[in-house]
Ligand binder design. Structure first.
Ligand SMILES: [Zn+2]
Length: 193
């Protein structure tokens, strides 16, 4: 058992300290694929206002987080990003995992540092309902090469080298409209369809 733990630690780049702490336990459960994936409310539950996310546009529910690696909005680095407090830890962790998995150079190459916004009190593109962005539970990345109507394989985030990117977000319960519906590949949200 000791050997396999060390192997997992090596594989995940975690230094062995002889103590099985929370980080090691998390690494083991991740390696074994037994990590608990959070289940977020559905979009319609969110829109009814009956979910843990409360009412849309509630500034009190928002927190600013510092991204694990530099993010750029329209070419300018953003200092922090604003999301609902209930998803903040997940966003922060997911970005840290992205950095750990890809490294800075690959992040830039794939455009995973091109940020398209999170909280925004606005309707969906169809205009029929409020967007999940209005609750601060949706984020957009690499918007320039993943426009609303750009499908796979033209959408850059649909490429196989972005599989790990999506797997990281999905591990936190987030949903990709691209992966689920093949549109709006820039978009991910902490609400089920
Ligand atoms: Zn979006």
């Amino acid at each position: 058992m000791k050997t396999s733990i060390r192997l997992i630690q090596q594989k995940l780049g975690i230094s062995a300290d002889g103590i099985i702490g929370p980080q090691t336990l998390r690494a083991i459960s991740q390696a074994l694929g037994i990590q608990e994936i959070p289940v977020w409310p559905t979009q319609s539950e969110v829109r009814r206002g009956a979910s843990l996310f409360g009412a849309p546009g509630s500034e009190d529910a928002l927190v600013s987080i510092l991204p694990a690696y530099p993010l750029y909005f329209e070419g300018k680095q953003v200092r922090s990003i604003r999301v609902h407090r209930a998803v903040a830890t997940h966003v922060q962790q997911a970005l840290a995992e992205v950095l750990q998995h890809y490294g800075q150079e690959e992040i830039s190459r794939l455009g995973l540092d091109q940020y398209g916004g999170s909280y925004n009190y606005r309707p969906t593109s169809s205009g029929n309902a409020l967007s999940m962005h209005a609750w601060g539970i949706a984020l957009d990345f690499a918007p320039r090469s993943n426009g609303l109507h750009v499908q796979s394989p033209r959408a850059s985030l649909s490429h196989p080298d972005c599989d790990a990117w999506w797997q990281i977000w999905e591990k936190h319960g987030a949903v990709s409209l691209g992966r689920e519906r093949n549109y709006d590949w820039m978009h991910l949200q902490f609400a089920r369809l």
